[in-house]
Structures are given as C-alpha cells and as structure tokens.
Design a protein around this ligand. Sequence first.
Ligand SMILES: C[S@@+](CC[C@H](N)C(=O)[O-])C[C@H]1O[C@@H](n2cnc3c(N)ncnc32)[C@H](O)[C@@H]1O
Length: 189
Amino acid sequence: MFDQVLEKVEAQCREERIPMLGPEKAEFVANCIEQAKPSLIVECGTAVGYSGLWILRVLKSIGSGKLITVEIDTNRAEQARSNFVEAGVADLVDSRIGDAEQVLKSIDDQVDFLILDNNFDNYYPCFKSIESQLTNPATILADNVGIGADSMVDYLEHVRSQYESETNWFDINLPWVKQDAIEVSVYRR
Ligand SMILES: C[S@@+](CC[C@H](N)C(=O)[O-])C[C@H]1O[C@@H](n2cnc3c(N)ncnc32)[C@H](O)[C@@H]1O
C-alpha cells in the first residue's frame, strides 16, 4: 500500500507540476536520515507529502523518530495529511499549516535534523527561528541550492562560513528541472 501511495503522489506532482524532491534527491535524503537516525526531523515545505513519505518510510524502518512538517498552502497540507493516513504513517508525523518561519518558533522540542525546502528567501529566517532548538550537532539539508542560490545568499554564506557544509549535485528527471543540488551542513554551537 505504501508504495502505491508514493507512486500516486509522484504521478500527481508530475502531472500538476507540484514541486517535489523527485526520486534522485529523495533517495539521498532518505540515506542521510538512515545514517543520522534522528529523533526529531523538521521539514519546511510539505507540498502534498512526497518527501514526507520518503522520510516517514525511513523512520518506520528504523523504528524511531518523528517528523514535523510545515506547509503554508492549506489545500496542499490537507492532501499531504490524507496521503500520510493512506500510507499508514500518520502516527509518525505532525503536519502543521502556516508560515514556516513563524511555526518553527513554536517548536519546544530539540531538533536534530532540519530540512529546508520552502521559499528560498526564507531559508535563513527559518534557520534562525529554530536555531535555539537545534541539537549539538544537528544535520541541516537545504534543497535547491543550485537553482535557488541567488535567493538564499544569506543562508549559504552563513552555513558555508560557520559549519562543515557540502554541496551535492544531482541529475534530475523532472519536467521543470534537470540539475540541482542539496547543501548538507553539520550545525555545531
Ligand atoms: C518545493 S515545495 C516542497 C516539496 C516537498 N518537500 C516534496 O519534496 O514533496 C515547496 C513548498 O513550500 C511551500 N511554502 C512556500 N513558502 C512557505 C512558507 N513560508 N512556509 C511554509 N511553506 C511554504 C509551498 O507552498 C510549497 O508547497
């Protein structure tokens, strides 16, 4: 059932041009999570839950960890919630609706894995909103640092100058993008 839901969501994203990681980057993100075995992942930018399904599949197989995912578009967030239920992973996710920069300020728990995949110019504000809750160390993944670099200069300058950071490039088979990158940073106080 899980695989059928993931296939359905990927097909919907391709057809309706809903932005999503796509399988190449999603597999990379899943591998990072498998290695880090985080207790709490926060994702900014749920869309309809494509990346969330990849994340939740890993958490389920590890047998620990939760996801808080934030989406500003109510309709997309509601579709994501229904996809999580259909895939049988809703118990591992807290799907919140709102502006990530504001929602992140309300998180009281410690966060050891952060995924930035919302509007590019909000990456640095989102990072600052959650910084006090980040564990030492914490893993931060920022998507679209290839196509969106000009709109997230503040974020990229900060992580590249302060932390161990690496840009990972991918050839992507999506109608709207053929090459892009994810920045992986290890946050330390
Ligand atoms: C690239 S898509 C996310 C794709 C998703 N992570 C996936 O791979 O399936 C970006 C999403 O961020 C949402 N978004 C944009 N600005 C936001 C904000 N300030 N707070 C929360 N979500 C936002 C958009 O509505 C969009 O659905």
